[in-house]
Design a protein around this ligand. Sequence first.
Ligand SMILES: Cc1cc2nc3c(=O)[nH]c(=O)nc-3n(C[C@H](O)[C@H](O)[C@H](O)COP(=O)(O)OP(=O)(O)OC[C@H]3O[C@@H](n4cnc5c(N)ncnc54)[C@H](O)[C@@H]3O)c2cc1C
Length: 340
Amino acid sequence: MAAVLRRGMLSSQRFSRLLGRVLGSQRDASSLVIAEHNGESVVPLTYNAIAAARQLGGDITALVAGPDCGKVADTLAQSEGVSKLLVAQHDAFKGYLPEALTPLILEAQKQFNFSHILTGAGAFGKSLIPRVAAKLDVSAISDIIGVKSEDTFVRTIYAGNAVQTVQSGDSVKLITVRGTAFAASPETGGSATREDVGVPELGQVGTEFVSQELSKSDRPELTAAKTVISGGRGMKNGENFKLLYDLADKLNAAVGASRAAVDAGFVPNDMQIGQTGKIVAPELYIAVGISGAIQHLAGMKDSKVIVAINKDPDAPIFQVADFGLVADLFKAVPELTEKL
Ligand SMILES: Cc1cc2nc3c(=O)[nH]c(=O)nc-3n(C[C@H](O)[C@H](O)[C@H](O)COP(=O)(O)OP(=O)(O)OC[C@H]3O[C@@H](n4cnc5c(N)ncnc54)[C@H](O)[C@@H]3O)c2cc1C
């Protein structure tokens, strides 16, 4: 009787969570990976999200939605580990707005009852996953860096200064994946079956995609580059970043920046690395005129080799650097470029 009374006192939300935990432990994982793309190519982060899904075991379905997704669907169908591809091609998904994609994902969830829904922890995933999670009345699990089991995940908190292990009792886990923590799943080697899905009734979306301006660069993409050279406030102005571009040309490197350099208007904000910027983990990271604040370290400290050039021998960046050069960057960088 007491047990019955206690159960009666549970909120319906808590009860469905407990039920989800029981049911969740009884079924194999079946994951949905939401592909991020631009109509032409798949954003590399998607393959890191597939890698995380593969660690969960079970079947993996990928969802491709957009006004034009034929080419991307053909590419993703070959992705190793993906057994099924859901394709939703419609103008309603122009701009890949989370407001439009959410009803589509909810519909897919209703139909297939996935145990996990994942995407990369970029701007796309960060705006989409919390919205879908809220609609499903479950918690979003953001920016995971490890999978311990089907319901237990590792993520960082306090700008990367502490590592947290979270266990979720939700019936479906809504997850964003930190790309640098999962080696990309191979782009070929699979042959997924393809299913075209209808577009659900979107109702009043309330947001309209108007236009976008994308910065174009011939340099490697920051989050995918093997070498990254970043400049900080010590660069003094935007023109001086030319020193870094010249060095980057020699090393086929991407160029990033600290937030101080972005806030001062030296370079655009898509170059920012750190807690509120991009997270990178290249083979080689060269920090030039950057002090090494924890918020910057949060975005680059997993780099394999870190080199710091700073005129202040006490700069905190030297504590994480494998190689440090105490020097004036305006002398050291041109010299390095010339020697290379
Ligand atoms: C909530 C929050 C989020 C944040 N997110 C981010 C983030 O995502 N990314 C980020 O980078 N920061 C972030 N910050 C800001 C962060 O705290 C620091 O203010 C910032 O990283 C400092 O940038 P910096 O190292 O370029 O500048 P400074 O700290 O001013 O360092 C400049 C360095 O250049 C060196 N220097 C100057 N002249 C020369 C020279 N001629 N030769 C060699 N060295 C020279 C100096 O010795 C100094 O060490 C965030 C802060 C907050 C509060």
